[in-house]
Design a protein around this ligand. Structure first.
Ligand SMILES: *Cc1c(COP(=O)(O)O)cnc(C)c1O
Length: 373
């Protein structure tokens, strides 16, 4: 029996260990722990990677989201529209900005926000929309861009899972008024600790964000704004500088694994993910079946880890009970949450491991699903 994790950070570290050790040693020797050359270089190189004017290092994807909202002018009492099917950080950031999250349902093919439903959720309090590029695939941005233009709203991309993804030729992070990335260790570009990034094409938003993330200071002890300590640390930037050089190749590896899955998994009994509008960064490979729980249990017995991203939609999270959403509010999100399963995918995932996963998933669906239930 093989033992297959959902992600494997060890094999990647092994492949770059020498460069990582050197990068960390350099930071130690420099004693530049906050700010410094690695941070400056990482921001410049990541901006280039996203084809965007400004990249601003942050302490996490969550703080980057909060920062982006405030820098885009979202203020207490506002409403911010986002998807009900995402990681909780997207909505937490809205609440930390003093605004109210307004959830909408997803498109069941892409699992991303349904732009048709966004239209109906806009009120005179709405100030922004957060589009999440879930699983590594960009949300359908054109309809959202035109809605934002028409109603004078800011469009923020939560690109935490979508480093390097494209939408009609444009890089994730370069499309909205601002965008945010996470470098949580398991993300496509992962630090060895917490880190994140905010990107924007706008000079004024960038300037405000840079001031806010460092205590609102303009000089060392002169503060024009009440800000935050949301800085990236130089040690993480040094690690990310090493890893950014490999990101394009790692993304290609993910894409080729996804293509192999799509070619070999039983697509009559399973709904397989589809890539529309551009390059899918393949952070997660999510299949769908009404026999999800039994399949997950079966795979576990075969030594195969899998995940559910995410099992409880945001509108049904206990933390958001005060928003008064009811079961049934977002049928596509709720149906997806009950049927989705994320299969192992990471750049170092071998063909042999993949064949093992494919054969067990397929044997489960032919044996179990073909029986009446
Ligand atoms: C990971 C993630 C975040 C939060 O990023 P952190 O770096 O963990 O704070 C936000 N949104 C989405 C969609 C994510 O997947």
């Amino acid at each position: 029996m093989m033992n297959i994790p959902l992600v494997d950070l060890k094999s990647q570290l092994k492949s770059i260990r020498h460069d990582i050790d050197n990068a960390i040693s350099r930071v130690l020797d420099s004693t530049q722990f906050i700010g410094g050359d690695d941070k400056t270089r990482f921001e410049a190189d990541f901006a280039q990677f996203c084809n965007v004017k400004h990249a601003i290092g942050c302490s996490s994807g969550t703080t980057a989201l909060h920062l982006a909202l405030v820098a885009c002018g979202v203020k207490p009492g506002d409403e911010v529209i986002t998807t009900a099917h995402t990681f909780i950080a997207t909505a937490e950031a809205i609440i930390h900005a003093g605004a109210k999250p307004v959830f909408v349902d997803i498109d069941p093919i892409t699992y991303n926000i349904d732009s048709e439903k966004v239209k109906a959720a806009i009120t005179n309090k709405t100030s922004a929309i957060i589009a999440v590029h879930l699983y590594g695939q960009c949300a359908d941005m054109d309809p959202l861009l035109s809605l934002c233009k028409k109603h004078n709203l800011k469009l923020i991309e939560d690109a935490a899972q979508a480093h390097g993804a494209t939408y009609k030729g444009k890089k994730a992070g370069s499309i909205g008024d601002a965008a945010t990335f996470s470098f949580y260790p398991g993300k496509n570009l992962g630090a060895y600790g917490d880190a994140g990034m905010m990107t924007t094409q706008h000079d004024t938003i960038a300037e405000l964000a840079r001031a806010l993330l460092d205590h609102g200071r303009t000089e060392k002890y002169k503060h024009h704004l009440v800000g935050y300590n949301y800085r990236i640390d130089n040690m993480q930037a040094a690690v990310l500088n090493v890893k950014l050089k490999h990101l394009a190749q790692w993304t290609q590896a993910r894409q080729s694994i996804a293509a192999y899955y799509s070619e070999h998994l039983n697509n009559e009994s399973l709904m397989l993910p589809q890539a529309l509008h551009g390059d899918h960064a393949r952070h997660l490979y999510v299949i769908r079946t009404s026999h999800r729980d039994a399949l997950q249990q079966y795979l576990k017995e075969q030594g195969i880890s899998s995940g559910i991203h995410y099992p409880i939609p945001l509108h049904l999270q206990p933390a958001f009970a005060y928003l008064n959403y009811k079961v049934g509010a977002f049928p596509e999100t709720e149906k997806a949450a009950a049927e989705i399963l994320s299969l192992p995918i990471y750049p170092e995932f071998s063909r042999e491991q993949q064949n093992y996963v494919v054969s067990h998933v397929n044997s489960f669906v032919t044996n179990e699903v073909s029986q009446p239930c």
